[in-house]
Design a protein. Structure first.
Length: 644
């Protein structure tokens, strides 16, 4: 064996496993095309391919700089290929590390090889990631921006390791416009300087309203609330946030509420240079809060050289309510709604209802009711028959009061699904017309297509949502779900893992990450994640236990799965809810007849989660049964879905 210092690069084709399962001949042809582009690039940068890894390569370079320059050139060539050829793109991830290696029989071994292999999955599709050791070698020798980020512990690697993303030249060129034709701006969470810490709801609510108001400037692309809230109480510098969100401009500031007065300080900043473009302080009565928001939106448009027409000014200047007390109650409801716990949702209901009592014409308060009832019903926190009816009625009322509320059309669409598929899709498309930048509209449409098992369309809508809002915890989580159920569990694992990094306490994401591992045959990892989710929620969600029964069954641990089934039956007997989850566990352990009996019970009880059985994994073996097809039709699914 010979030992030496080397730069190690791994390449990996994104989504190859899922593509091969869907169409093996097409996937292999695209793999060969990728190899024809990539392999000739190693030698000019003094690289030597050690071996093919099936859908990628292990390459050794004489220097870290050579490895990085080769990686950038590879991604440039692949980008050119994807821009010129129709069909799905061929995308690579690349990871690079420097360390000692030993060679034997034409192969290389050592910790450096292991570390490089662990860095690859951290890269975005079409991206490059480096270890801290590579950064030390190249930081003063390249013009590319190298961004350090908070990477998870690398499996099999002792201790924490610094990891950097390479900001590729074309990414930097597109950043200020977020890949679109419109200037892109982020409104960061306003800091709460109020003397009463309980007024935090006001700062958070005002942030969301500012985002909504500025979004009404049609020639602006505004980052969603779910993407920016990760920067609440942040310590990052503006250029770093700008790069992460892909924006050219950032609006930040603070709010101080005291009795009936409010003081708002805001500043508009060029993200790349950290240069202040404009700053203003507003010290006024609470009754002026909406006029302040309108003034800020108009000033932002002016500074970004966007000409506002009268219809734009009318939209921006329209106040959702003239009742200050109703507005404050609404903001308290919104704050509790975002907690997404049963206690938070029930508290939110109370505040939204009180806001409506103060102002029966307050459309946003009805929209808050619709969203809250929707979650309570879906998660079996309230009988779904009651929750769905209330959600639909509230969404319809919100639209009657203000037809331009895109989110109200989304809520109404979901309230109609699956009983009225065409009506549900029509509402979501209306939401997209009203708000072309609505990632949620595309995500929900993708989710509907997934339930209908129209998976190609589901993926198209999901990809569009990620283009619009790629940093949001909520967007990443739902997109990952759509990929998971559309037969791309490897892509789902990537997105779920990113979501966990943003919020390690997101229980449902950990649960679904476990399911994705199970679908990839990684049973121990999947069971561990689902078990962790159950521990975090203290066993309060029957859906997680149903997923555990499925995972245990797939792993061949049937007795343990039946033990979980018995727990679910006890939960139903005690609470009167969770019949769908019992049916799921029965299907997982192979008791089809009992599963049909419990599905009927779930139908009679209008159990939450029942609409999701059309594509749920435990019921795969029952889909060809005419009884299952008839059951889906009873739920309202069209015949083509039931028989697919």
């Amino acid at each position: 064996m010979t030992r030496r210092l080397a730069a190690i690069m791994f390449t990996d084709v994104v989504g190859f496993t899922a593509s091969a399962q869907a169409n093996e001949s097409d996937a292999l042809a695209r793999l060969r095309e990728q190899e024809e582009i990539v392999r000739p690039l190693f030698e000019p940068y003094k690289g030597r391919e050690i071996k093919s890894t099936g859908d990628g390569s292990l390459v050794e370079f004489e220097s870290a700089l050579g490895a990085l320059e080769c990686a950038v050139e590879i991604q440039r060539r692949m980008r050119e290929r994807n821009s010129k050829k129709p069909g799905p793109p061929v995308e690579l991830r690349i990871g690079i590390h420097v360390g000692d290696v030993e060679e034997s029989g034409g192969d290389i071994f050592g910790d450096a090889v292991n570390v490089a292999s662990r860095i690859v999955p951290l890269a975005d599709p079409g991206g490059v990631c480096l270890s801290g050791q590579v950064f030390d070698h190249v930081q003063n020798k390249v013009t590319y921006q190298l961004d350090k980020f908070s990477a998870p512990p690398l499996k099999g690697v002792r201790g924490r390791m610094d990891v950097y993303r390479v900001l590729l030249p074309w990414t930097a060129e597109d950043m200020s416009r977020g890949g679109s034709d419109l200037p892109r701006i982020a409104v960061l969470p306003l800091e709460n300087f109020s003397p009463d810490p309980n007024d935090e709801y006001f700062a958070d609510g005002l942030t969301e309203e500012l985002i909504s108001t500025i979004s009404k400037v049609r020639k602006l692309n505004v980052v969603s609330r779910t993407s920016v809230m990760q920067y609440k109480s942040h310590t990052k510098h503006t250029p770093e946030i700008g790069r992460e969100l892909g924006v050219g401009t950032i609006l930040e500031g603070s709010v101080r509420k005291a009795r009936d007065r409010v003081r708002i300080a805001v500043q508009l900043i060029d993200a790349a240079s950290d240069r202040h473009l404009w700053a203003e302080n507003y010290d006024r009565s609470l009754e002026d809060i909406f006029s302040i928001q309108s003034e800020i939106a108009e000033k932002v448009a002016k500074e970004l050289q966007i000409h506002l027409l009268e219809p734009d000014r009318a939209r921006i200047g329209k106040a959702p309510t003239e009742n200050t007390e109703a507005h404050l109650l609404y903001l308290k409801g919104l704050y509790n709604f975002q907690r997404q716990s049963k206690e938070g949702l029930l508290t939110a209901l109370t505040f939204f209802e009180q806001a409506i009592q103060k102002d029966p014409g307050f459309a946003l308060a009805y929209l808050g009711l619709a969203g809250t009832y929707g979650y309570l019903g879906f998660w079996d926190m309230m009988p779904s028959s009651v929750a769905d009816a209330k959600a639909g009625a509230a969404a319809q009322k919100a639209i009657e009061l203000d037809e331009t509320l895109a989110e109200a059309h989304i809520r109404l669409g979901w309230a109609q699904f699956p009983r009225n598929v065409s009506g549900a899709v029509r509402e979501l498309q209306r939401a997209m017309d009203l708000d072309p930048n609505s990632a949620q509209a595309h995500l929900h449409l993708g989710n509907m297509y997934s339930f209908l098992r129209r998976y190609k369309e589901a993926v198209v809508e999901t990809q569009r949502a990620l283009e619009l809002d790629s940093q949001s915890e909520a967007t990443l989580a739902q997109a990952a779900n759509n990929y998971l159920y559309s037969g791309q569990p490897d892509r789902a694992v990537e997105l779920f893992t990113k979501t966990v990094q943003l919020n390690p306490s997101n229980v449902s994401v950990r649960d679904n990450l476990g399911l994705a591992h199970v679908r990839l045959g990684r049973f121990d990892e999947g069971i561990a994640e689902i078990t962790k989710a159950i521990e975090m929620s203290m066993g309060s969600d029957p859906s997680q236990k149903a997923d555990l029964a499925y995972a245990l069954s797939r792993a061949g641990r049937l007795e343990e799965a039946r033990g979980v089934l018995r727990e679910l039956v006890k939960y139903h007997d005690k609470s009167g809810m969770g019949a769908t989850q019992v049916a799921s566990a029965l299907a997982s352990v192979g008791d089809t007849e009992a599963a049909f009996e419990w599905l009927e019970k779930a139908f009679q009880e209008r159990s939450g989660y029942l609409n999701s059985i059309s594509n749920d994994f435990p019921f795969e073996g029952m889909r060809s049964d005419p009884r299952f097809q008839r059951f889906l039709e009873r739920l309202g699914y069209p015949k083509e879905t039931a028989s697919a």
